[in-house]
Each structure stands twice: as C-alpha cells, then as structure tokens.
Ligand binder design. Structure first.
Ligand code: ADP
Length: 449
C-alpha cells in the first residue's frame, strides 16, 4: 500500500513539476540562454574560423553544446552530439537572416518528457553570428549531462533512499498500530464468549487509544446489562414461584375431606387471589416488553387529557369509595398528542398507588398545570409517604418499599417502572416528592409534540 502510494505520488509530482517547468521555468530558461548565446556571438564575431572553433570548443567544457551553420549550409557541431538533429531549414534561414530562434521557449509540452533535459536540436536558442560580411547561425543549449550529471545521481539516490526508508519506517510503525487492534480483536472474542471482565492495557491518546477506551466502556455496559438481565430473570422467577407454592399448598389442603366450609372458602379465595396476581404480573411483563420495543409512536393520536383523567377516577371509584377517600380534581380541557392506551395506564397506576398507600379517610388530589412547552399532571396523596432512601430506586423493576405489606396488596413492583417508561417514550419526565407519614406527590410533565 505504502509503495503504491509513493509511486502514485511520484507520478503526480512529476506531472505537476513538468507543468510548472512548461508554464513558468521554460521562458526564463530561454531568456537566460538567449543572453549567453548573444554574449558568445558578441565575443566571437568577426573572428577567424580557427579562433571561433577554439573558443567554442573550450566553452563546451563549461557545459554547453553549439551548432554552427553558415550561408552555404555547412554545419559544425561543438560539444556532445544532439540526440535528434531535427531543426527545420526555415528556422535556420530565419537566424541567418538576423532573427533570434527561441526553440527552448517554444518547445512543445509533452506530459512524460521533461523539456529541460531533452537533448534535441529544436530545443536550443539560435542567434545570428556576424563574421565579416557574412552572417552565420549559432545554436546553443546547455549540456544537461555535463552540468547536472552528478546532480542526477544525487537526486536519484535521494529519491530511492527516501522511498526505502519511508517503507521501512512505515513497516515498523504498522506493527505498533496493529498491536492494540490485535488486543481488541482478542477482547471481542472474549466478550462473545461471555467474559466481560476485561482490562485492556492500551495507554495511548490517539484514535486507537480512544477506540480501546470506548471499547472498555461498552464492555462495562454489557456487563451491567447482563447483571440487570440476570436480576430480572431471578425476580420474575421469584414472583412466579411464590404464588405457585401457595396455590399448590392450598389446593393440597382442599383435598382434606373434614375441612370446615369456612376454611375451604378462605383457601379458595387465596388461590383465586394468587392466580389473579400471576395474571396481573404476566400482563405487566408483556406491557414492559412491548414498551422496550419502543414502537408506540405509530399509535399517537390527539385526545382530551381532562376527559381521560376523569374516566380513570370514575373507573377506580369502588376502590376510593371503599376507603372513604376524598378525591379532589383541578382539571381543564387540554388536547394532548400521545398514545391514549398507555397514558391511561400511567394515570391508573399512579392513582391506584395513591389509593393503595393512603389510609382510610385520606385525600387524593389530581391537578393539571399548563406549562409553556407542555402540561404537568400532579397526583398527590395524604398517605404513608416514602422514605427518602427509597425514592431513587422507586422506578426500578420489582422494587417494593415494604415487602410484607405489598405482598398482601397484590403488588408486583412493576407499576412505576411501566409509568416511567411510558412517560420517557412520550419524551416527558416524572418527579417524586414525599415525606414519610405525610404523603407523596408524583409530578408528570408531558411536552407538546
Ligand atoms: P406496586 O405494584 O408494588 O405498587 P410500583 O412500582 O407501583 O409497584 O410501586 C413501587 C413501590 O413504591 C411500592 O411498592 C410502594 O412501596 C411505593 N409507592 C408507590 N406509590 C406510592 C405512594 N403513592 N405512596 C407511598 N408509596 C408508594
């Protein structure tokens, strides 16, 4: 890959510098050589043939090539031979007529040929040279081989060394890059096999280090999720096991023929109550799993919240009536967008809790408050209240404050977790304030949507 990148880069760099030479350096080069050619012509004008030959020969040692043509068409080469002697007769004639030939500036651009080094006769500068009455044509070009011979080797060695060393160093650095990735691969295998207790010793601050860090965070989350799942399963099993044990025990006792009728009725009542409890539990578990799927948005409709709250109060009438509770309502018509079936469940759970945990003769207050971005529904009771230590865990699945009491109250500890889940799915929130012995207050905020 590195080799490939280097070769592609070298190719692109070559084309770019070639374009740069063509548009920027070529005219300057031509100018420079024109000055040299003119100065040379100035020096040797009107000299004898032998002197001219001697002078030009010595100049070739300084790194130039010369091509001299006279009016008769005799050609004389000084210095190394040109690769191609492709100069047009018209160009020669124009110099013989006193004009300057700018072959370097007009050398055509070829993507893969560096004009600078191309040793052709067309790639020269031609100036007229006056010898007595006659004008001859002198063509000049720097001898790249002579001027840059060592330079070329130097550059070639430099490029080869840069490529070789980069390749070697990249190879070494790859080992350092790959090592933590190998560790991560091993770690994913361990997680897949169920081992979450991972410690990755990657102390880097770059992307790889961050990846390793996030990976450990993810692994910890997975571990926590796994714990919650196990706890959930053991809670569910326990909740199912205890009513089943009691049903088994009482149904066995019912086999007793001499059992007084009164006892029989009481056992049957317990069996009925326990099976109702199990049925309630499975219903709540189904609701939770449905809520976990998060597919409630599709059932959103607009409905009147006041009407729904009143219906819930009415449907629980026999419960609060039995406990002689006073229900106070402070409501107003309010259109809300949400899932009516699930929100009904929220009010039902909050109200039945308020009724359940309030002693006879108490009060339950339901109030709606309009907010700028939504509505608040408050359910407040004058019941037993909740200990401040229990409040943070109140919405946990299967959490019950008073296990002994709730056992007889047909409670599962799932009610508030369902409430919270539904409210979060409606992008709202719930807040609890409570004082033991004074009562509790549940405030539900539902945003407009
Ligand atoms: P449950 O089915 O047991 O009512 P919840 O999740 O609804 O389950 O409630 C969890 C616990 O919170 C209950 O066991 C109870 O101890 C406490 N609780 C809920 N609401 C009230 C309330 N209004 N007053 C006092 N305690 C409450």
């Amino acid at each position: 890959m590195t080799m490939g990148i280097m070769l592609i880069s070298a190719f692109i760099a070559f084309v770019v510098t070639n374009v740069y030479y063509h548009y920027s350096l070529k005219p300057k080069n031509d100018e420079k050589i024109t000055v040299i050619a003119e100065k040379t012509a100035e020096m040797i004008k009107n000299k004898e043939k032998e002197d001219i030959a001697g002078y030009l020969s010595s100049l070739t040692d300084l790194g130039y090539q010369f091509y001299l043509v006279d009016q008769q068409g005799n050609k004389e080469l000084y210095g190394d031979a040109f690769r191609l002697e492709n100069l047009k007769q018209t160009d020669i004639d124009s110099v013989l007529n006193g004009e300057i030939y700018h072959g370097i500036a007009n050398y055509p651009w070829k993507p893969f040929v560096t004009g600078f080094f191309d040793n052709e006769l067309t790639n020269t500068v031609g100036v007229p040279l006056e010898i007595g009455e006659e004008t001859e044509a002198l063509f000049v070009r720097p001898n790249a081989l002579l001027q840059f011979g060592e330079m070329r080797f130097f550059l070639a060695a430099l490029i080869v060394l840069v490529m070789f060393l980069s390749f070697l160093l990249i190879l070494i650095s790859t080992i350092f890059i790959v090592r933590p990735i190998k560790k991560l691969t091993e770690a994913t295998k361990k997680i897949a096999a169920g081992n979450h207790h991972l410690k990755l010793n990657v102390h880097r601050r770059d992307e790889i280090g961050r990846l390793a860090n996030n990976f450990m965070i993810m692994s910890n989350h997975l571990e926590r999720t796994e714990e919650v799942r196990q706890e959930f399963v053991s809670n569910v099993s326990h909740e199912i096991q205890s009513p089943l044990t009691s049903i088994q025990g009482f149904s066995q006792a019912l086999r007793e023929e001499e059992l007084p009728e009164e006892m029989r009725q009481s056992y049957l009542e317990i069996i009925e109550k326990e099976s109702r409890r199990m049925s309630e539990l499975s219903k709540q578990l189904l609701t939770l799993s449905f809520l976990d799927s998060g597919l409630i948005q599709e059932e959103y409709v607009s409905f009147d919240l006041e009407k729904q709250l009143k219906e819930v109060v009415l449907s629980t009438e026999w419960q609060w009536h039995k406990k002689k509770l006073a229900i106070e309502l402070e409501l107003f018509p309010y259109e809300i967008n949400g899932n009516p079936r699930l929100l009904q469940q929220v009010w039902m759970n909050l109200l039945t809790n308020a009724i359940r945990y309030t002693n006879e003769g108490g009060r339950v207050h339901i109030r709606m408050t309009k907010e700028r971005h939504g509505v608040i529904v408050t359910v407040k009771d004058t019941g037993i209240g909740i200990n401040s230590e229990d409040i943070p865990r109140l919405f946990d699945r299967f959490y019950k404050v008073d296990k002994a009491r709730t056992r007889t109250e047909n409670s599962t500890g799932l009610g508030l977790s369902i409430v919270e889940k539904i409210i979060h799915l409606h992008k709202g929130n719930i807040m609890v304030t409570s004082e033991q012995g004074q009562g509790s207050q549940f405030e539900v905020f539902l945003p407009n949507q």
